[in-house]
Design a protein around this ligand. Structure first.
Ligand SMILES: [Zn+2]
Length: 471
């Protein structure tokens, strides 16, 4: 009690002293409702997507009062919000670095960062850091600057025997190992790697995708999908004494995010949160009855991108597609592949294969390249030439993108409408993902790591589940 009062005082003090003191958080679950009050018995006030940026204006017990950039506001349980540490962009070079109005070297320079300068970090986009500069959002080149953390931000390891290395790269020496649940303070981040403080006072680097910022993550592992076996009351707490907040009709699929005394805490397809007696919920496979065509891009005489170190894209596309296939099958889907080996199929033919198989969706898997080795980040694509309904491609591209960029160390590059043959020459809802830039030497190393591929594959699968849940 005293603790929360202290928090309120701190928040009040901060909000009077500075406009920028409001904390930023991000939703860590897809399509979650906001509430009028800090109580599930109050009315839902709108729904927000996964990874939505939230400005936290107040906190009360287990709840945040938030507003979004689109002007939505309401209460959300802290459990569904990840609050990252304040980060800064530092100029650790001996040179002045231009601050620009957009993420390109040809845009106008509005100022410079002197050697040793630190400015507030907002986000990363297309290999440019977005910073706060004289009260405005401006851009500095990520390849010239470092990201540093102001306060002790803890990260948690996801797996046992995780290697901690001397440098931010898979080729550097392993200097220590950590286990699942171990937590460390983060000092900086570089190319998807986190520099952490070890118990003996030394520092080391761990791959971002082997870590999580989210303390709730481990309970999330229990998360699964269940189906109602009859019409079912959803209540505001884990007993029949609590208010009824919704009635789910028989056969509804819910996401289970917690469990207590025979009651499951669930999130409905509409984002409504509440508790159900688990006597009336049955485990289900969220993709059962769905058929999916995965397309590992290129193959045979067509190598695709050739990486910074001379490796071919066609091989990594197939490696990732095989991992996505295994995960989708474990979720109940019927999965087809356009190719299972190193041979070439015309792009047009890949699109038509989806129609012939009567697949529900087509996902093409690629890795990007540019003749500029600085670029990095994940992007997804859709095509609107043959359709007007966003459910046909955009929704799939968006759901996969929003999930993929939650992998620590993955940066965002955007969701784009492109006239790609594989997306155009099909009547099946279709999207394409470019997981990262093989032309960037650091991102390339990550792309070839099996653990990185698996982390991304899991999020691609989660995006596909989200897409079908919304339909
Ligand atoms: Zn490609």
């Amino acid at each position: 009690m005293k603790k929360s009062l202290l928090f309120v005082i701190i928040i009040l003090t901060l909000s009077v002293s500075s406009v920028y003191a409001a904390t930023t958080g991000y939703t860590n679950i897809s399509d979650i409702a906001l509430y009028k009050d800090a109580d599930y018995a109050s009315k839902a006030a709108g729904t927000v997507k996964l990874n939505t940026k939230l400005t936290i204006t107040e906190e009360k017990d287990q709840w945040y009062n938030i507003r979004t950039a689109e002007g939505l506001s309401g209460w959300i349980e802290k459990y569904f919000v990840t609050v990252p540490a304040e980060k800064y962009v530092a100029n650790n070079t001996q040179y002045k670095i231009n601050v620009r109005t957009s993420p390109t070297t040809s845009s106008k320079a509005v100022g410079q960062l002197n050697p040793g300068d630190r400015v507030k970090y907002i986000d990363t986009y297309h290999s440019w850091h977005i910073i706060e500069y004289n009260g405005n959002e401006c851009y500095v080149a990520s390849w010239l600057t470092d990201v540093e953390y102001e306060n002790a931000q803890k990260i948690y390891l996801l797996h046992d025997e995780t290697n901690i290395r001397s440098e931010a790269s898979l080729t550097s020496n392993v200097t220590a190992q950590g286990n699942r649940y171990d937590s460390y303070e983060v000092l900086t981040e570089k190319n998807g790697w986190l520099q952490i403080k070890l118990p003996d006072g030394q520092t080391g680097y761990v791959a971002g995708w082997l870590t999580t910022y989210d303390q709730n993550y481990y309970s999330e592992e229990k998360a699964g999908y269940k189906k109602t076996v009859e019409d079912l009351n959803v209540r505001s707490g884990p007993s029949a004494d609590h208010n009824q907040v919704q009635v789910l009709s028989k056969g509804s699929v819910v996401k289970v995010v917690g469990s207590e005394n025979g009651w499951d805490k669930v999130v409905s397809e509409e984002g409504v949160v509440g508790w159900c007696s688990n006597d009336y919920l049955k485990e289900t496979y969220p993709l059962s009855g769905r058929s999916i065509l995965l397309d590992p891009g290129h193959g045979g005489e067509d190598p695709g991108s050739i990486s910074y170190s001379g490796k071919y894209e066609k091989y990594v596309n197939l490696e990732v597609a095989n991992k996505v296939k295994d995960i989708l099958e474990s979720l109940g889907a019927k999965v087809y592949m356009t190719r299972t080996g190193d041979y070439y199929i015309k792009n047009k033919e890949r699109g038509r294969m989806a129609d012939r198989l009567n697949a529900d969706i087509l996902l093409s898997i690629h890795h990007n390249s540019l003749n500029n080795s600085d670029y990095f980040g994940t992007s997804t694509y859709y095509n609107t030439i043959h359709y007007k309904d966003p459910a046909h491609g955009y929704n799939l591209a968006e759901a996969i993108y929003l999930n993929a960029i939650t992998v620590n160390g993955i940066y965002r590059d955007g969701i784009f409408d492109r006239n790609y043959e594989v997306l155009r020459e099909t009547n099946t809802p279709a999207a394409l993902i470019e997981i990262g830039f093989m032309s960037n030497p650091y991102e390339e190393m990550n792309i070839h790591s099996g653990s990185f591929q698996y982390a991304v594959a899991e999020k691609i699968a989660a995006g596909i589940v989200d897409y079908f849940n919304k339909k």
